[in-house]
Design a protein around this ligand. Structure first.
Ligand code: HEM
Length: 389
């Protein structure tokens, strides 16, 4: 029997704002079983940082898990050599070098096109009208699925994310997820002959020509779409919102005292777009006096780690002057986000400077409130703003 103490949450409150409950857990029961989630949550930064590397205990192999069942057995659900064999073929397409050489300029062209169309309107929902098309267009380029529209990219990503969090087994949610994966397979069917004939820098091309079996290429393209659309979309909108609601912090950026990368990193610490990553306990282990049993499900709570006052003073505050080196918003082990360099370029090099340079007098539209929610995946649902047309 696991000896993790139980900690009850109100699932609705936790979705609306998980941070008060997580703060109590870090203080009172840092490793706790939460019956409402059927999982043991690790909430302190150091426990997560150390445990994520112990892959013999905290395995990513979750054959019965929703991600593997619905999206296929991708590298994020593999350990050790099996994981590295795929990651080493995947990574060159999105390495910092590839981002500098190919993607940054393409991302900028996408942002310029989208903003150029928006400017005369004098107002928009920047989540729907800027962050969504920008992350969709960038991900089309990176994956190589340039034969689809950005709204398909967005809908398929959402369909898969909802599907893999469908712990209540809602058949309609599962059907949408299966429709998304079928759509992606059809788009891959169309593009495979193209990249086989004329290799390019995309993930599809790099993985196929790198010798990865076609079935695994398909699983990893789906993985890139599930993580590569929603998170940048939420981070772009969220960071703009954080700056507009903290004018003193925005002034530091406008005065050249803080760079855009520091802004994005502090936002991702403050409201981590991916709040947790699951693991399966592969063998009995004791962590900080808590016994864990094989087959227990553990959630590594990155969002909680990033508010841990052992590492971040006044952690609930959005503060651009803080040192974010201890943030684990992109993970802390062998599964460290493969898209981190692409995200930093898309958000810090392109989206934020372009929006604040081109939308003069940018301000929130007071007529419509901003909505925010989620704990596994957290972020804004809208960002109504106005500017001087
Ligand atoms: C704001 C943007 C993003 C955030 C905050 C984010 C965060 C994360 C996190 C927390 C993980 C899990 C790390 C772990 O378990 O240790 C992850 C994994 C991953 N992410 Fe991202 N991500 C973002 C954007 C992207 C993009 C744009 C792509 C693709 C182009 C991407 C591709 C991946 C992949 C493939 C993995 C699995 C890596 C592996 O298993 O080795 N992510 N990401």
């Amino acid at each position: 029997m696991s000896t993790a103490p139980h900690f009850d949450i109100d699932a609705k409150d936790f979705w609306a704002d998980p941070y008060p409950a997580l703060a109590r857990m870090r203080r009172e029961t840092p490793i706790a079983f939460v019956p409402q989630l059927g999982s043991t949550l690790f909430t302190r930064r150091d426990d997560i940082f150390v445990s994520e590397k112990r892959i013999d205990v905290f395995s990513s192999e979750q054959p019965a898990g929703l991600m593997t069942r619905l999206m296929g057995h991708n590298m994020m659900r593999k350990d050790g050599d099996a994981h590295m064999a795929e990651r080493s073929i995947f990574f060159p397409a999105v390495s910092p070098r590839a981002v500098r050489a190919h993607w940054r300029a393409e991302f900028q062209a996408h942002a310029d096109g989208i903003l150029g169309g928006l400017i005369p309107a004098g107002g928009a929902d920047l989540l729907a009208d800027f962050a969504r098309p920008l992350s969709g267009e960038c991900l089309k380029s990176v994956t190589g699925l340039t034969n689809i529209g950005f709204s398909e990219m967005d809908a398929w990503s959402q369909g898969m994310i909802d599907g893999i969090a469908n712990y209540s087994g809602d058949p309609a949610v599962e059907a949408r997820c299966r429709a998304a994966t079928a759509g992606i397979d059809a788009a891959i069917d169309d593009m495979l002959p193209v990249v086989r004939k004329a290799p390019n820098h995309s993930l599809l091309s790099v993985m196929i020509h790198g010798g990865m079996p076609e079935a695994n290429v398909r699983h990893n393209i789906k993985l890139a779409i599930s993580g590569g659309q929603n998170e940048p979309r939420k981070a772009i909108a969220g960071t703009i919102w954080a700056l507009l609601t903290h004018p003193g912090q925005l002034a530091l950026v406008r005065d050249g005292k803080i760079g855009w990368l520091a802004v994005f990193e502090e936002f991702a610490r403050w409201i981590s777009p991916i709040g947790m990553s699951p693991r399966r306990v592969a063998k009995a282990a004791t962590v900080n006096g808590v016994d864990l049993e094989p087959e227990d499900r553990v959630f590594l709570m990155f969002g909680s780690a990033n508010r841990d006052k052992a590492h971040f003073a006044d952690a609930d505050r959005f503060d651009l002057t803080r040192d974010t080196a201890k943030s684990i918003a992109f993970g802390a082990g062998p599964h460290f986000c493969a898209g981190a360099a692409a995200s930093r370029a898309m958000i810090a090099d392109v989206a934020l400077p372009s929006v604040f340079a081109r939308l003069k007098g940018l301000r929130l539209d007071a007529r419509e409130p901003v909505r925010i929610g989620g704990w596994a995946f957290r972020g804004l649902f809208n960002l109504p703003v106005r500017w001087d047309a």
